[in-house]
Design a protein around this ligand. Structure first.
Ligand code: BGC
Length: 491
């Protein structure tokens, strides 16, 4: 599809690419946190200091394979971050509209650095939890702003690929965190402090990036800074001739300025379809079961009978698969389109979950472990699952909500995507170990059921948005969709 507003005469300059990369460090922050928690909460020194009961239970021989880590407080350690990010994303949405994308990214990095310092220095549980909350605010602010930033500065033909740099950095963050945990697990007794403290590194990089990147043209024009907006547009397009696109942006912003209450307007006409899609896509993303694997990979692999080290190593392997497969998405998303990637992945994830479920339910008893061959087969299916997620529901869960809202409700609508992600991430973080304890390996069949539902969602409700200019989404996509056109009946 071609577009009138973004003629492909732009240049990909060093500056343009620097903006993409620096902003994407926000994804690194988020990913590092996802990857670090599981490993840290499996470290003996950490458990002895903050969760001695869990540690004692872990030591009891012949304990039930599926239940040894089930502890609400330990799960609260992981999930408190997501609850605070959930709340923070709404404040971030306000900041994003009123102050702009760049200052909001700046705030994200500051909160995250504060969280890293407090967590690494923790002596008491309350310090640990407060550190998590600060991390959470950083993630809430970062996740609200970075995907929007990338979508808004991206040239249309590369919009998917540029946005997916956020997810790419998420996966790199998870992978680095797995490596860090692997190294610090033998640093007694303070390895966990190193793991948590190193979270400051991506945040500092993001902070530095704030001095390099420009605010997005859309955000500047929306806040009445038209001249600065035009200058920013020239910078992110790498050319001086941006008049046509500039005029389109001014027109879209004029309309947006008339809307005073963006949250209230979310419940009206053009914003309803993207809102429903944003919320559902994020719920589904979490119910693929990805974070059961990401947070608890070391714990999960130990459950399957790998020793501590082997377990961490296996999660390093899944981390690597996650990064590698995200590249597939970067190259495919603007060519193959969003829907095909999501559907293909549903099939692959379904097969993987079913295979893992069948092997574990038939071969892993409550005590004892899997034999080597079966354990390896399980790791292979975990990898095929992660692979499919990484080129589909992972990146597209962020891309689609960032490109489908009209300007006037974009930040408010995207806040719902972020907060839904956080809510359901924390639900999984909080509930997974308990569910594993009660449902045992049948949990993989539970996730399989969700994946079937997701396939139906893609076929029936999700439109293809590849190549459609953001500002013409309403006319080109929503008003023509067999289900969603009903929202415009009264116009
Ligand atoms: C999800 C995270 C997940 C990560 C895995 C992200 O898109 O939002 O919950 O842990 O992908 O790579």
């Amino acid at each position: 599809m071609t577009t009138s507003i973004q003629a492909p005469n732009h240049k990909i300059t060093v500056y343009v690419v620097s903006c993409w990369i620096f902003a994407a460090f926000g994804g690194l922050m988020f990913g590092y946190d996802i990857g670090i928690s599981g490993g840290v909460s499996g470290m003996d020194d950490f458990l002895i200091k903050f969760f001695p009961n869990v540690y004692k239970r872990k030591l009891i021989a012949k304990e039930n394979n599926y239940c040894k880590y089930d502890d609400q407080l330990l799960q609260l350690f992981t999930s408190s971050l997501y609850l605070s990010a959930l709340v923070a994303s709404f404040f971030a949405s306000k900041a994003c509209s009123a102050l702009g994308r760049r200052p909001t990214i700046f705030m994200a990095s500051i909160f995250f650095i504060a969280g890293a310092i407090l967590s690494a220095a923790s002596e008491y549980r309350w310090m640990l939890i407060l550190g998590r909350i600060l991390f959470g605010v950083g993630v809430g602010f970062g996740n609200e702003t970075v995907p929007l930033f990338l979508t808004e500065v991206a040239p249309i033909q590369l919009r998917g690929a540029v946005n997916i740099m956020f997810q790419l950095f998420v996966t790199i963050g998870i992978f680095i965190a797995n490596l860090v945990n692997y190294g610090t697990s033998t640093m007694h007794p303070h390895g966990w402090r190193v793991s948590l403290g190193l979270a400051a590194v991506p945040a500092v990089l993001l902070l530095i990036g704030c001095f390099v990147i420009t605010d997005t043209p859309a955000s500047l024009i929306e806040r009445g800074k038209d001249e600065q907006g035009k200058a920013a547009l020239k910078k992110v397009r790498g050319v001086d001739d941006v008049e046509a696109e500039y005029k389109e942006l001014v027109a879209a912003c004029e309309q947006a300025k008339e809307i005073k209450h963006s949250f209230r307007n979310l419940m009206k006409g053009a914003s309803i379809p993207p809102l429903v899609i944003a919320i559902l896509i994020q719920i589904f993303q979490q119910f693929t079961g990805i974070n059961a694997i990401m947070f608890y990979a070391p714990v999960l692999f130990q459950t399957m009978g790998f020793k501590s080290d082997g377990a961490l190593l296996s999660s390093v392997i899944t981390g690597l698969v996650n990064v590698g497969s995200t590249f597939v998405s970067i190259f495919a998303v603007d060519k193959v389109g969003r829907k095909k990637l999501l559907l293909q992945a549903c099939c692959q994830m379904l097969i993987s979950h079913l295979a893992i479920g069948i092997i574990l339910t038939t071969s892993l008893r409550e005590t004892g472990s899997l034999n080597k061959t079966l354990a390896t087969v399980v790791v292979v299916f975990v990898c095929t699952f992660v692979m499919a997620f990484a080129w589909s529901w992972g990146p597209l869960g962020w891309l689609i909500p960032s490109e489908t809202f009209p300007m006037e409700t974009r930040t408010a609508g995207f806040a719902f995507a972020v907060s839904t992600n956080m809510l359901f991430t924390s639900v999984i973080a909080q509930a997974f170990l308990t569910m594993l304890c009660h449902m045992q390996a049948y949990i993989f069949f539970f996730f399989s059921g969700w994946i079937v539902l997701m396939g139906v969602f893609v076929i029936v409700l999700l439109p293809e948005t590849k190549g459609v200019p953001i500002e013409s989404m309403v006319d080109t996509v929503w008003k023509k969709h067999p289900v969603w056109k009903k929202c415009f009946k009264n116009e």
